[in-house]
Design a protein around this ligand. Structure first.
Ligand SMILES: [Zn+2]
Length: 59
């Protein structure tokens, strides 16, 4: 029994990313320990979703 299988399944992973040191970084979920590889190149392109139709704020 050397393999430790996480039994916690998160609905939303909380990725902890190390400092970028290459084209990719391996993030670890703070909650369940799942590892996932992230592309630093893509991370640079984090942009908010294009706002849909903005309604005038005037009342
Ligand atoms: Zn998780």
């Amino acid at each position: 029994m050397a393999t430790k299988i996480p039994t916690i399944v998160c609905e939303t992973h909380h990725w902890m990313l190390p400092a970028p040191g290459g084209p990719t970084s391996v993030g670890t979920c703070k909650h369940c320990g799942t590892e996932k590889e992230f592309s630093n190149a893509a991370a640079r392109g984090w942009v908010p979703r294009p706002a849909a139709k903005k309604k005038p704020a005037t009342a």
